[in-house]
Design a protein around this ligand. Structure first.
Ligand SMILES: Nc1ncnc2c1ncn2[C@@H]1O[C@H](COP(=O)(O)OP(=O)(O)OP(=O)(O)O)[C@@H](O)[C@H]1O
Ligand SMILES: [Mg+2]
Length: 468
C-alpha cells in the first residue's frame, strides 16, 4: 500500500473515527460515573451528619461526649471507610476515630453557625488527599445550649480505583476498537474500490489502435458514473483528434503527390532527349510554378502548425479594421478588375489584433470571393461594430456552398467538389488559416450560403480583442 493509497486513507479515517467515537462516549460515561460516585459519597456523609446531629441533640454538655465516646464511635461500626472527629468551638478534639485529627484546611473553612442545621463545609478528595470530608455544626441538647463541630471523612480510594479501572478499560477499548476498525476499513475499502480497479484495467487496455474501447457507464457505481462518462468523452475526443490527424497526413501526402508527379513527369520528358535552351527554360518555368505552389502550401501548413500550439504571444495592438480592409482590397483590385468584379468596402471599427494576421484573414476571404464570383459581380466587405463585437462580413454572389459542405469548409484541405480541378485553386488551407487566426484572437469565423445567391463569411472579433 503506497502512501497515496485510497484504501490506506479510508482505513485510517475509519480507525480515527472509531477511536474518536469511543473516546467521546467513554469520556461521557466516565464523567457520569465520576459524578455519580461523588454524589453517593456525599449522600452517605450527609446522612451521617444528620445521625450525629441527632446524637448531639441527646447530649447536654461537651464533657458528656468525652466521657462516653463509644456512643458516637459505635455509629461508625460497619463503615471502615469513615473517620469521625468531634471538636469544640476552640478547635480541641473531643473525640476522634483512631486518633485522627482533621486537617487544618477543613477547619479553616468557615461554617456559619446561623446556617445550622444545613450549613456544612466540604472538601473534595484530591490526588494528595483521597478523603471526601465534610464539617458541620451540631447543636447540643439541654437548656445550656452549646455546639460541637462534626467532621466526617470518607476514604474515596475505592471509588478512585474504580475510575482508574474504568479508564484503563476505556483506553484498551479505544486501542482495540481502532485496530479492528482499521482492519475492517481496509477490507471494506478494498471491496468498495473494486469497481475502480476494474475501470483502471479497462483503461489500461486502451491504446492508440484500440480507441474504440469504452468504460461501461451503466454498470459503474453511482459515484464513478460521472468519471466513467467523462473518461469516455475524453476517449471520444481523442479518437476524433486521432482520426483527424491520420486524415490530415493522408491528405497531405495526397496534396504533395500531384505537384511532385508533375515535376517528375515534366523533368523526365525534358531529359528524354536533347533540347534547345528555350525548351529547357520552358520546363524550368513550369517547374517554378509547381515549386511556388508547394512553397505556398508548406508555408500555410507551417502557419497552421504554429497557430495550433499557440505559445508565441500575439502581436496584438489596437488597429483600425477599415484601414486594414482597404489595404487588402487595394491589393486585390487588379485581380478583381481582371475578372470584371468590384469590391465595395463599408463601415468602420477598431479591434485589438495582430494587423498582419488580420490582413491575412481578410486576404483569404477576398481571394476566395474573387475566385467564386461570376464576372460582373460585386463583392461586399462590410464592417459592423456593436458594443460587444466588431464583425467583418464578406459576401459575394455566385454558386455558393451546398449546405452539406458548409460545416467542413473550414477544415484543412477541404474543398467543395470540383475546386481541385480549377487551375487557380489552392490546397484548401485558406479558410483553415482564417479560422486559426480568429481563434488566436478569441473570435470566430462563420459562413452562411444560399447556393446560387449570396455567400457570406463573417469574422467576429470580440470588442476587447486579445488571445482567447
Ligand atoms: N466565397 C465562396 N463561394 C463559394 N465557395 C467558397 C467560397 N469560399 C470558399 N469556398 C469553398 O470552400 C473551399 C475551401 O476554401 P479554402 O479557402 O479553405 O480553400 P481554397 O480556396 O480551395 O484553397 P486555398 O485557400 O488554400 O488557396 C473552397 O475550395 C471552396 O469550394
Ligand atoms: Mg482560399
Amino acid at each position: 500500500m503506497k502512501p497515496g493509497s485510497l484504501t490506506l486513507r479510508l482505513s485510517i479515517l475509519f480507525a480515527l473515527t472509531t477511536v474518536l467515537l469511543l473516546a467521546g462516549i467513554g469520556a461521557y460515561l466516565y464523567r457520569f460515573l465520576d459524578v455519580e460516585l461523588m454524589q453517593r459519597d456525599h449522600a452517605e456523609l450527609a446522612g451521617k451528619v444528620a445521625l450525629f446531629r441527632h446524637h448531639l441533640a441527646a447530649v447536654n454538655s461537651l464533657s458528656q461526649i468525652v466521657a462516653a465516646p463509644n456512643e458516637f464511635r459505635d455509629a461508625l461500626i460497619g463503615n471502615p471507610h469513615l473517620r469521625l472527629a468531634l471538636l469544640d468551638e476552640a478547635g480541641n478534639v473531643l473525640l476522634s476515630s483512631a486518633d485522627w485529627r482533621p486537617g487544618a484546611e477543613i477547619l479553616k473553612v468557615p461554617v456559619a453557625a446561623d446556617d445550622m442545621p444545613h450549613g456544612a463545609a466540604i472538601q473534595m478528595p484530591t490526588p494528595g488527599d483521597p478523603y471526601h470530608t465534610i464539617a458541620a455544626w451540631g447543636a447540643l441538647g439541654g437548656s445550656a445550649g452549646g455546639r460541637a463541630l462534626i467532621v466526617l471523612s470518607l476514604d474515596s480510594r475505592e471509588a478512585q480505583g474504580l475510575l482508574a479501572e474504568y479508564r484503563r478499560a476505556l483506553f484498551a477499548a479505544m486501542l482495540f476498537g481502532g485496530l479492528a476498525a482499521a482492519a475492517l476499513g481496509f477490507f471494506t475499502a478494498r471491496n468498495g474500490l473494486r469497481p475502480l480497479r476494474r475501470m483502471a484495467e479497462t483503461a489500461g487496455d486502451i491504446s492508440a489502435s484500440r480507441l474504440d474501447h469504452r468504460l461501461e457507464v451503466a454498470i459503474a457505481p453511482q459515484e464513478l458514473k460521472t468519471l466513467a462518462a467523462a473518461f469516455n468523452a475524453m476517449l471520444e475526443r481523442l479518437r476524433d483528434s486521432f482520426s483527424r490527424l491520420s486524415d490530415f497526413s493522408s491528405d497531405l501526402a495526397h496534396e504533395l503527390r500531384t505537384p511532385i508527379n508533375n515535376l517528375m513527369g515534366q523533368t523526365q520528358v525534358a531529359l528524354s532527349r536533347t533540347r534547345s535552351a528555350e525548351e529547357y527554360r520552358a520546363v524550368l518555368e513550369s517547374n517554378l510554378e509547381e515549386y511556388e505552389w508547394l512553397a505556398r502550401m508548406i508555408g500555410d501548413m507551417l502557419f497552421l502548425a504554429k497557430a495550433d500550439n499557440a505559445h508565441a504571444p500575439l502581436n496584438a495592438e489596437e488597429i483600425d479594421l477599415r484601414a486594414e480592409l482597404d489595404k487588402v482590397a487595394e491589393f486585390y483590385e487588379a485581380l478583381a478588375d481582371e475578372a470584371g468584379l468590384k469590391i465595395v468596402c463599408t463601415g468602420e471599427g477598431r479591434i485589438v489584433a495582430d494587423h498582419i494576421l488580420a490582413q491575412r484573414a481578410i486576404a483569404n476571404l477576398l481571394s476566395n470571393a474573387i475566385r467564386h464570383t461570376p464576372p460582373g459581380g460585386e463583392i461586399r466587405a462590410a464592417i459592423v461594430a456593436t458594443d460587444r463585437a466588431v464583425e467583418l462580413r464578406v459576401s459575394n454572389p455566385g454558386p455558393g456552398i451546398p449546405p452539406e459542405h458548409l460545416e467542413r469548409v473550414f477544415d484543412r484541405f477541404y474543398q467543395v467538389d470540383g475546386a481541385r480541378e480549377r487551375s487557380d485553386a489552392g490546397a484548401g488551407l485558406g479558410l483553415a488559416i482564417v479560422k486559426s487566426i480568429m481563434r488566436l484572437h478569441g473570435g470566430d469565423a462563420r459562413v452562411a450560403s444560399e447556393p446560387g445567391l449570396l455567400t457570406t463569411f463573417t469574422l467576429r472579433f470580440s470588442a476587447g480583442g486579445g488571445q482567447a
